[in-house]
Design a protein around this ligand. Structure first.
Ligand code: DC
Length: 222
């Protein structure tokens, strides 16, 4: 493992607000944000472009396709590029979201993501969000946070973010089912480190959760 600077790990289930929180925490503390899920999404996007039924994708074919993925610096962190181009909306599409768990289960793809994330952590102080950051990627992180929220509240926030308006109860129900399915598909790769601080954000406003983690981050990194 390359030398590590300071790392703050933020793990949690799908749609728990990890990435937006991690980004804001990084910005406030002057750290760099790394969204590890975006690398799994970039690898999935690259592999999907190469064609073929997802059920036939081999680990090697994902790694070969992912050779065009690079991590570019942004103002407060990094974002993945494919062949030097931004792929944010493609990476967040339903098609990629539907297949990314499959790719994230591949051990050598996990090694590939982890080495990129650790490399960033050897060069910068980082706030990294994901599923296994506190357990596997940075077990010695200065601070580990595990974010959680009721599935229906996670669904409501996700829909609100997507459409801007307050979603109906039926839409929340449908989205909750999708989120629970994703939790189940990602369960094996996800974990709360024993020394992580659990924050249930169900009834917290986003600014409150950010403030709380910034405060913990300041205490932990001095
Ligand atoms: O957080 P997200 O929805 O962007 O994550 C995309 C996928 O990658 C999801 O299936 C979980 C997986 N993932 C993972 O297995 N380990 C991580 N550290 C981050 C994400």
């Amino acid at each position: 493992m390359p030398n590590q600077k300071m790392a703050i790990a933020i793990d949690g289930p799908a749609a728990s607000g990890k990435s937006s929180t991690a980004k804001a925490v990084a910005k406030t503390l002057g750290f760099h944000h790394v969204d590890s899920g975006s690398l799994y999404r970039a690898a999935t996007t690259a592999r999907a472009r190469a064609g073929g039924e997802p059920s036939t994708w081999t680990e090697q074919s994902v790694l070969d396709a992912a050779a065009i993925v690079s991590l570019a610096p942004t103002e407060f962190g990094f974002k993945p590029l494919l062949d030097g181009h931004e792929v944010e909306s493609e990476m967040r599409s339903e098609a990629v979201t539907g297949n990314v768990s499959l790719v994230a289960k591949m051990p050598r793809v996990r090694d590939w993501v982890n080495s990129i994330v650790r490399q960033a952590g050897s060069e910068y102080d980082v706030v990294v969000d994901g599923r296994d950051i506190g357990t596997v990627v940075f077990p010695n992180a200065s601070l580990k946070v595990f974010l959680t929220a009721d599935p229906a509240e996670r669904a409501r926030r996700r829909l609100l973010e997507r459409s801007g308006g307050e979603p109906s109860a039926a839409d929340i129900d449908e989205e909750t089912k999708k989120i629970l399915l994703r939790d189940e598909m990602d369960a094996k790769q996800s974990g709360q480190a024993p020394d992580a601080i659990l924050i249930d954000t169900t009834s917290l406003a986003q600014v409150e959760q950010i403030e709380k983690i910034v405060e913990l981050g300041r205490e932990a990194t001095g």
